[in-house]
Ligand binder design. Structure first.
Ligand code: LIP
Length: 252
């Protein structure tokens, strides 16, 4: 389903992609976001008719089975609009209120990340499929840290102070533009940490399960929503320092 949606987004992208704005002029949504969500919604309705759905683009329906699908049909819309490859399809399965499985498809990278609770995490690409693990880094000063910023100028001003304080303490910062993919890169050891404030369930649900199953420390996501406002996924060796510099409650 994630692969088919990724193919739709890759193959049906019009030469001229019109965007509309949501929460602010820079918070873009396109007809492709909606088409992708409609494809996932219709597929789930056929395959799992009694399940619930929560989709970023308004697709929401109650379920009767205790299973709810949490969907970001196109995460990293701005990258997609600009023709940058860092965007993804994120689909998570929640059972009785706890997210237990997730898949993130990055079509332009040819990668699929997936995990289920207790089953580990893996990546599949043209070279095959294999397990993934978060990095072994133990020094914050040698850590590559991903983050992201909201769409309101007030929130961005706050986020700028956080990243300004962090920048001298880490190896470097990356702002890649898709939370779901950022979380998978932490799971795969290609980022040592990722944090962002103000994400929605659909941005985080699948990537957080994948990161946790890959051995990363994941904060702000207990699997139940609503969760904390700050999402953090990082290598265990720097978790205490990341929690400290971000001003989060200490890890018990
Ligand atoms: C995006 C997130 C990203 C965040 C952006 C935006 P969208 O989701 O994946 O991490 O920094 O502001 O929220 O809007 O492309 O689905």
């Amino acid at each position: 389903m994630a692969t088919a949606t990724g193919e739709l987004l890759l193959r049906e992208r019009p030469a001229t992609l019109k965007t509309e704005s949501k929460s602010s002029p820079t918070d873009a949504v396109t007809a492709m976001d909606r088409a992708a969500e409609e494809l996932i919604s219709a597929t789930l309705r056929d395959l799992r008719p009694g399940d619930g759905l929560l989709g970023e683009e308004g697709g929401e329906r109650a379920g009767a089975t205790g299973v709810r699908w949490i969907v970001d049909p196109l995460d990293g819309t701005v990258n997609y609009v600009y023709g940058l490859p860092l965007w993804s399809v994120s689909i998570a399965a929640e059972v009785d209120g706890v997210v237990v499985a997730g898949v993130v498809r990055a079509p332009a990278l040819g990668r699929t990340y997936a995990a289920y609770a207790g089953g580990g995490a893996w990546r599949e690409d043209l070279e095959g499929r294999g397990p993934i693990r978060s990095s072994e880094v133990s020094e914050l000063g040698m850590s590559l840290v991903g983050t992201g910023f909201g769409y309101s100028s007030e929130r961005r001003a706050e986020q700028a102070t956080v990243v300004a304080a962090l920048l001298p303490c880490v190896r470097d910062i990356r702002r890649l533009g898709s939370a779901a993919l950022d979380l998978c890169l932490v799971a795969d050891g290609e980022l040592d940490a990722y944090y962002e404030r103000g994400l929605n369930a659909w941005d985080v649900a699948a990537g957080a399960v994948i990161a946790r199953e890959a051995g990363a420390e994941v904060r702000g996501f207990t699997g139940r929503w609503p969760d904390a406002d700050m999402t953090l996924a990082c290598a265990p060796g720097i978790a205490d320092r990341m929690v400290d510099v971000l001003g989060l409650p200490a890890i018990p």
